[in-house]
Design a protein around this ligand. Structure first.
Ligand code: UTP
Length: 476
């Protein structure tokens, strides 16, 4: 194996950081096992490692609220005045032109572990549509195909995976014929990992030949874009803007011309959709201004009094939260990742991480035993020039699947998908059966292959037959 350090070299390196215990089983390993462990150890940023152990594991400070936090300004859903109306109109046209000119790439981050959902397989392969049980990946692929048709363009699709789900994700696309997309325009690439660090500051082994590693967070997607060569490929394809969304939101509108155009016309490096929160404690990151920089403060870090504070108009001051839908300028990612390094802070999560004990026996901890470190995409916001936040209509854009049941589950997402379909059909003059309380009295699904947005549905209004009460209706 070329360029792999010897045991003695590794030992010297590890001793300097108090981590030599990870070589405990070295003598038992075959060449492949040694190469794997050595490669993992080599990939660690040792220059910063001791600092991270201190800062995030041994001596973590409570997250301090920065002084002088204000709500970040945002563009509203509909223009407030004539000047904004002109801006929005121009932005819509600009966005369409960018799409038509092939300047936009699609980017789905799908490297997470989906632990809350507990689904066995890549989250994108989760069946989610209300009638046909289409998977998340299929819904995105069909939307993408329709956008290509609508804007007479080509939109390459970049999909971030992790070392854990990369193979299964590729296999899933292959098994489904890439849902009709050109495989040459779908590129998977693997994000980086971080080692779990035990609460005593020591690296954990998951096997005799492997550290306990986990994906380094969606913030790591930016570095993965650079390191995989995807960013370079985008430059070669003359892509200027990257439409970013998370794999768990089937309602996302990934190619909204208004959003794209506003981002471009405002020269924003990183633009974000904003949702008006359902209440002060909704679990969304809050868009804030800290020292003049747009910054997300997570719901869990927002003091109660600030979360509840109201402005003179009686509305919550911090009323706009993040659904994690962004447009990113390609050259901003190039700048952020220059030299193959990305300087975003880590967020710590104390978790139960299965590992080996000193004798090499597997341990399934009953209590949290380690710290996992992740970077978050929104930490790039304070580094971005002229960041734009554009309000989104929640019902049109947001139906995430995070949990096995209850809030943000398959059930809640299916309801939201149907409600949006109903509203679009009603806008086209189709009568949708509803119960006395307004809830739907049928099961509805619109194929995104034909109906990307409300305008597509309205334009096809004569093609629909109104569904009967209590029936399932699928429109393709
Ligand atoms: P979440 O923060 O919801 O994490 O990810 P998750 O891993 O999907 O689920 P839990 O927390 O384990 O239950 C939000 C989005 O970011 C992606 C996920 O795939 C999802 O699209 N993500 C998250 C990555 O791509 N890489 C990561 O390291 C973490």
């Amino acid at each position: 194996m070329p360029n792999l350090p010897s045991r003695d070299e590794l030992l010297a390196l590890l001793q300097a950081h108090g981590q030599e215990h990870v070589l405990r089983f070295w003598d038992e390993l075959d060449a492949t096992g040694r190469a794997q462990l050595a490669g993992q150890l080599q990939a660690i940023d040792w220059e910063n490692f001791d600092g991270w152990v201190k800062e995030y594991v041994l001596d973590p400070k409570p997250v301090a609220l920065p002084a002088n936090v204000k709500p970040a300004p945002h563009y509203p859903l509909t223009p407030r005045n004539a000047a904004e109306a002109v801006l929005y109109e121009g932005a819509g046209r600009r966005g369409e032109a960018l799409l038509q000119a092939g300047r936009v790439a699609a980017f789905t981050v799908a490297g997470g572990q989906g632990t809350r959902l507990g689904y066995d397989g890549p989250k994108g392969s989760l069946p989610i549509s209300p009638v046909k049980n289409k998977t998340l990946f299929q819904l995105f692929a069909e939307s993408l195909a329709r956008a290509q048709e609508k804007y007479r363009t080509v939109i390459p699709w970049y999909i971030l995976t992790s070392p854990i789900n990369d193979g299964p994700t590729r296999d899933f696309f292959k098994a489904n014929g890439f849902f009709g997309l050109d495989p040459k325009r779908v590129r998977f690439f693997i994000q980086g990992t971080m080692p779990a660090i035990g609460l005593d500051g020591k690296l954990l082994l998951q096997a005799k030949d492997s550290l306990a590693l986990s994906p380094n967070g969606h913030g790591g997607s930016l570095l993965a874009l650079q390191q995989s060569g995807a960013l370079k490929e985008m430059a070669d394809r003359r892509i200027d803007h990257i439409s970013y969304w998370q794999v768990d939101n089937p309602l996302v509108q990934m190619f909204d011309p208004l959003f794209l155009g506003l981002h471009d016309l405002c020269n924003s490096d990183l633009s974000s959709r904003g949702l008006v929160k359902t209440g002060p404690f909704e679990k969304l990151g809050n868009y804030c201004l800290v020292n003049g920089k747009v910054t997300i403060i997570e719901y869990s870090d927002m003091p109660e009094d600030l979360a509840k504070s109201k402005g003179p108009d009686g509305r919550l001051r911090f009323r706009v939260g993040s659904p994690a839908i962004h447009i990113i300028r390609r050259d901003f990612v190039e700048r952020l990742t220059e030299g193959g390094r990305l300087k975003l802070p880590f967020h710590r999560a104390v978790k139960k991480v299965p590992c080996l004990d000193e004798a090499g026996a597997p341990v399934t901890p009953a209590e949290a035993n380690a710290v996992k470190l992740e970077m978050f995409i929104f930490d790039a916001l304070p580094l971005a020039g002229k960041p734009v936040i554009l309000e989104a209509d929640r019902a049109e854009q947001f139906g995430p699947v995070k949990n096995a049941s209850g809030i943000d589950s398959v059930d809640s997402s299916r309801k939201l998908q149907q409600e949006r379909a109903a509203v679009w059909l009603e806008a086209a003059g189709i009568r949708i059966p509803r119960q006395a309380d307004g809830s739907l009295d049928c099961t509805l699904e619109l194929s995104p292959r034909r109906y990307l947005d409300r305008a597509d549905v309205v334009a096809a209004k004569d093609a629909f037959t109104a569904p009967e009460s209590g029936t399932q209706a699928y429109f393709e």
